[in-house]
Write a protein that binds this ligand. Sequence first.
Ligand SMILES: *[C@@H]1O[C@H](CO)[C@@H](O)[C@H](O)[C@H]1NC(C)=O
Ligand SMILES: *[C@@H]1O[C@H](CO)[C@@H](O)[C@H](O)[C@H]1NC(C)=O
Ligand SMILES: *[C@@H]1O[C@H](CO)[C@@H](O)[C@H](O)[C@H]1NC(C)=O
Ligand SMILES: *[C@@H]1O[C@H](CO)[C@@H](O)[C@H](O)[C@H]1NC(C)=O
Length: 311
Amino acid sequence: MVRLLVILPLLCSVFLHVSCAENPSIVSFHQGFDPLYGELNIIPYEGNNSVQISMDERTSSGFHSKLMYVHGYFETSLKLPGNYTAGVVVAFYTSNEHKYPFYRDEIDFEFLGHIHGQRWLLQTNFYGNGSTNRGREERYDLWFDPSEDFHRYGILWTGNRITYYVDDVPIRHVKRVDAMGGDFPAKEMSLFGTIWNGSNWATAGGQYKLDLNYGPFIAKYSSFVLKGCPFYLSPKAARCSDNLGLVGLENSDDITGEETGRMHAFRRKLMTYSYCYDRKRYVVPLPECVFNSEEFEHLKKFDPWTFGSGK
Ligand SMILES: *[C@@H]1O[C@H](CO)[C@@H](O)[C@H](O)[C@H]1NC(C)=O
Ligand SMILES: *[C@@H]1O[C@H](CO)[C@@H](O)[C@H](O)[C@H]1NC(C)=O
Ligand SMILES: *[C@@H]1O[C@H](CO)[C@@H](O)[C@H](O)[C@H]1NC(C)=O
Ligand SMILES: *[C@@H]1O[C@H](CO)[C@@H](O)[C@H](O)[C@H]1NC(C)=O
């Protein structure tokens, strides 16, 4: 990530048609985003730097970036609603479903609701070119209560990698392999923040439902980082991703050894689901999956039914 942040400003000056922000800086809600739905429940605050979105008996709500981007680093600080939030999904993700309804790409952070006293579950997932019948979900417990304070959630997306960060911990790192074909997100995407009713699946597989008596459910988003290559409808801008490749962004596809250590420490302790080890679902693991015996042992202990022999 450090390397990407160094490289992007260089790219912006070398390739003038790629209009990047000058600095890896924080943009206000007002600069970067527009309301998407449920405008009644979208309230910018701190001079438009931050925004709270909520769900109550009137509506759920969400916002989206003004621009679409090809590759980049996208981050927000997020504070979740507390108390009983079963069925309440809070998401921060990139998608282009509005533009490519049948061939969409998507990279997600989704919080799946929680019941007071229990932890929130965080889910990550991605789709490429409409690969929605091949979910690549992972779920994790967190080492903090995300409703108590703001924490940073970041998505780093290049032509060859997707890395998900929570604060400074890379919790998931996907390297593109050729066998993935179009399943690796490649087209321009917008960034979204949404809160909605996921009662039928989110919390304990839909066992616990949304209860509006505990509302309004308020999610606060702040400190947005939008460091990507904006996509414009011109032939020049369409070459953005090629240029990123030419200048060497594709060489920064690995996280550092130190980051790898923190990622493995996180995953072998707090991961609760990974499609890579779910042989009931994928008899042959999807091509980007890298087997890690410590992760596998941890998952088997956590959920023997899904990851063990079913006993
Ligand atoms: C926040 O954004 C709104 C909508 O564009 C604008 O009317 C308002 O002046 C902004 N407030 C501040 C403090 O910048
Ligand atoms: C995406 O899917 C469409 C329709 O199947 C196909 O024409 C296109 O080549 C695919 N793109 C990639 C990158 O796989
Ligand atoms: C939430 O979603 C569930 C399942 O789709 C639905 O049964 C329920 O009526 C919804 N609740 C509200 C308040 O919209
Ligand atoms: C949780 O919500 C219930 C119902 O609204 C309320 O009575 C209780 O005080 C809340 N607890 C906390 C810790 O906010």
